[in-house]
Design a protein around this ligand. Structure first.
Ligand SMILES: *Cc1c(COP(=O)(O)O)cnc(C)c1O
Length: 452
């Protein structure tokens, strides 16, 4: 009988993270200082991040040891299972084989604690007492609240106001783990005050919340900032997923033809696919297709431009070369809150720009249709973010049915949707809007790119 769950033992949790920077054909372009536009040096980042994370950000070492204390926390839910989606395959009547790695088993319910735990640990080691961060729908905030809780740090979270008001459950989860949560924009920061003076009804955005958390960190002794995606060190920590995945595929003697993952900032998908993209960079498995999946309403990789842009609205964060829709672009209110960032991870963007990875975009309704079919066959109710790559995997499996190809299809199942049931409800009641690509908004935002 074929296995449904491909499992690893606890002692097979990787002992090192994989740094794809060691294998890139050309080095990535440096971050630029938002004021001087000169390349950022380690000391420029020191007010914001602990030194060990800054080192990882810039490192070109291929393997970076995972501290024992971090591995010990990972053991609470890692290694995560790799599943064969047998029932979905049967329903689709496809000759393709579909696999997914399930990150919904972590306490906060997504891949995000893989980096939250590591970041909390390094900050604790360097004597930091409090972390400040932003969160959209609350996935990242809850992961960092969990991580800081285990390493006895305080945690302050700026939560995009519209989500704070509409989605109380993740806020409650953050508070259970001991974090303080404020609806952003707040009057706690100059950035927030300025925005509220201009627009007292402002419902917030990820870009604004990042600016507030950054300001909080740099203006308070003993406080640093923490980011849940996009940066090199975040992608690095997430490779614990892809390294497990490689072992799991080796165990059953399988290598994927297609890898799909949803991309908000790019951390979960990079974590899953970078060890495999590393093979491609070495000329092995050139036919492997690695495809990012994003919403049509916030189509960073498929419709953005590859340019230097700021990471946040107030232009406090470094300028990075990435695909962007413009740093003040506020996307339509789709339910996949984690996919509403204006840019993407510079490393993932570089690999996309150079043709090692591809990208597709989907509307909400077909995405929820796919996630519902998945729930009705495999049982798991996935996050609206994840649903984007479920859609891609199902489309590819259907294509294989047409052609009779027995391809191996993998998708990164990044988290559960138990706090997103209102979105499923809206879908079932025909109330989900498919937003067209907001071309005029993007055009306006792109006019404000920094001149480099
Ligand atoms: C946050 C989130 C994402 C998007 O973030 P990435 O950094 O692109 O991974 C995807 N899936 C889930 C479940 C999330 O919580």
């Amino acid at each position: 009988m074929e296995q449904i769950k491909i499992l690893l033992d606890e002692n097979e949790i990787p002992k090192q993270w994989y740094n794809i920077q060691a294998d890139l054909p050309t080095p990535p372009k440096p971050y630029l200082h938002p004021a001087t536009k000169e390349p950022v040096k380690a000391e420029d980042m020191a007010p914001v991040f602990p030194m060990e994370l800054i080192k990882q950000e810039m490192s070109t070492e291929r393997w970076i040891p995972i501290p024992e204390e971090v591995r010990d926390v990972y053991r609470l839910w890692r290694p995560t299972p790799l599943y064969r989606a047998k029932r979905l395959e049967e329903k689709l009547n496809t000759p393709a084989k579909i696999y997914y790695k399930w990150e919904g088993v972590s306490p906060p319910g997504s891949h995000k604690p893989n980096t939250a735990v590591a970041q909390a640990y390094y900050n604790m080691k360097e004597g930091v007492e409090r972390l400040a961060t932003e969160t959209g729908a609350g996935q990242w905030g809850s992961a960092l609240a969990f991580g800081t809780c285990l390493f006895d740090l305080d945690c302050t979270i700026y939560m995009v106001k519209i989500s704070y008001e509409q989605k109380p459950y993740r806020r409650i989860l953050m508070e259970i783990w001991g974090a303080e949560v404020f609806p952003s924009p707040t009057k706690r920061t100059n950035v927030g005050k300025k925005i509220l003076e201009k627009d007292p009804e402002c419902t917030g955005s990820l870009g604004i919340a990042i600016s507030e958390a950054t300001e909080d960190a740099v203006t308070h002794e003993g406080t640093k900032y923490s980011l849940g995606s996009v940066l090199n060190h975040v992608l690095l920590h997430q490779t614990v997923e892809g390294l497990e995945l490689k072992k799991q595929f080796e165990q059953i003697d399988v290598y994927p033809d297609y890898m799909f993952g949803c991309v908000g900032g790019g951390s979960n998908f990079a974590g899953q696919c970078f060890p495999f993209v590393g093979d491609k960079l070495k000329g092995e498995n050139p036919d492997l297709q690695v495809i990012s999946c994003e919403p049509t309403a916030c189509p960073t990789l498929t419709k953005g431009i590859y340019a230097y842009d700021y990471g946040d609205t107030a232009m406090l964060q470094p300028i990075a070369l990435m695909y962007t829709l413009g740093h003040d672009f506020v996307p339509p209110p789709i339910h996949a809150g984690g996919l509403r960032y204006h840019g993407d991870a510079p490393l993932l963007c570089k690999l996309t720009y150079e043709g090692y990875m591809g990208a597709v975009a989907y509307h909400q309704n077909p995405v929820f249709e796919a996630a519902t079919l998945f729930a009705q066959t495999e049982g798991f109710v996935v996050a609206p973010e994840t649903a984007h790559c479920v859609k891609a995997a199902i489309d590819e499996a259907r294509r294989c049915k047409e052609t009779g190809e027995e391809k191996i299809i993998f998708f990164a199942n990044s988290g559960h949707g138990h706090f997103d049931l209102a979105a499923y409800d809206a879908y079932h009641n025909g109330k989900l809007v498919d937003y067209e690509y907001p071309i005029d908004l993007v055009k306006q935002s792109l006019e404000k790119l920094p001149k480099i």
